[in-house]
Ligand binder design. Structure first.
Ligand code: PEP
Ligand code: MN
Length: 334
């Protein structure tokens, strides 16, 4: 249930409602909105008797939330969430462009790619320092050394940094160095990691699991939000299907589906969906056409020698072409 406060409700009245909810044995989480604050009741197993709350000062109405995910639902917050980091805005109508290699391999590699994508209008640099690899014998990332390189990239280029935390140890370091903490597809249902991300003071980029439904993705976002972190960016990155001409299948329907259910921004990763660089530009355009709030793409200065995901990494010139085509569609760069 959602307790909607009046426009002129005071902070004391909001706190009194939260106290009353706690007396009933639940948790009340304030959700400040553009016009009014609402208090979301969580922890209840069945319907909540809201009559007691309706008579309290400052309370306008009590609305039942029909979905299992509550705080991420747009029943709770009808206006879209816009995440602002410095000058960069994610959600609310623009297209955020995130680009960089799959993995940080060296300072020279990261810097070369970063300067190039920055000059073309990318706002955020991606690059893994902790890599979740299918084989234990594959390159696992540079670890903290990679994070230090990312910090230098931010310092030299002004790009924001997003990088993956693979477990509860690496998230400590990632939170320190990055602007956005990425939770990868394989960890979408790692609930202890989600809870830890929910306690972080940085926005979280949550990727959809390889075989996860939209409801499951939203429930994972709910884990993060229920710990107090409302800055979540969802990411569709392709799911497993029977098709084998691409690495995964980009589920374009996920974008309007999520927009229908949630206020959170949703971006698309065409690189991991396709697994082939030739498909990245067409899939990016499709993602923008269906309303994605941004793109995260893999770009490499020497894909043939990339230590991971070379086949799906755009050549630098291809990234220039992608930017041109997205700009022609009219919403790029916010
Ligand atoms: C990545 O972004 O490099 C990555 C490993 O993505 P995913 O978790 O979507 O496979
Ligand atoms: Mn990758």
């Amino acid at each position: 249930m959602l307790v909607v406060m009046k426009n002129d409700a005071t902070e004391e009245q909001v706190q009194a409602v939260i106290k009353e909810i706690e007396k009933m044995g639940y948790r009340g989480i304030p959700m400040p909105g553009a016009e009014r604050t609402a208090v979301c009741i969580v922890g209840n197993k069945g319907p909540v008797d809201g009559i007691r709350l309706l008579t309290m000062d400052g309370v306008k109405e009590a609305i039942p939330v029909t979905k299992p995910f509550k705080m991420v639902s747009n029943e709770t917050k009808p206006e879209p969430t816009v995440i602002s980091i410095g000058d960069v805005k994610i959600g609310g109508g623009g297209i955020v462009m995130i680009a960089g290699p799959c993995a940080v391999e060296s300072e020279r590699q990261a810097m070369t790619i970063a300067h190039y994508v920055k000059a073309l209008g990318a706002q955020i640099f991606r690059g893994g320092a902790f890599k979740p690899r299918t084989s234990p014998y594959s390159f696992q990332g540079l670890g903290e050394e990679g994070l230090k390189i990312l910090a230098k990239v931010r310092q030299e280029t002004g790009l924001l940094i997003v990088t993956e935390a693979t477990d509860n140890a690496s998230i400590e370091l990632v939170e320190e160095y990055a602007d956005i903490i990425q939770i990868g597809a394989r960890n979408m249902q790692n609930y202890s990691l989600l809870r830890r991300a929910g306690q972080a003071k940085k926005p979280v980029l949550l990727k959809r699991g390889l075989a996860a439904t939209i409801d499951e993705l939203l429930m994972s976002a709910e884990y993060i939000m229920s710990e107090g972190n409302a800055q979540i960016i969802l990411c569709e990155r392709g799911i497993r299907t029977f098709t084998n001409t691409t690495r995964n299948t980009l589920d374009l329907s996920a974008i309007p589906s999520i927009k229908e259910l949630s206020h959170l921004p949703i971006i698309v990763d065409p690189s991991h969906a396709a697994g082939r660089r030739e498909f990245v530009i067409p899939l990016s355009k499709a993602a923008v056409a269906v309303g994605a709030d941004g793109l995260i793409v893999e770009v490499h200065n020497d894909p043939a020698h990339a230590l991971s995901d070379g086949a799906q990494s755009l050549y630098l010139e291809q990234f220039a072409q992608l930017m041109k085509e997205i700009k022609m569609m009219g919403r790029a760069g916010g």
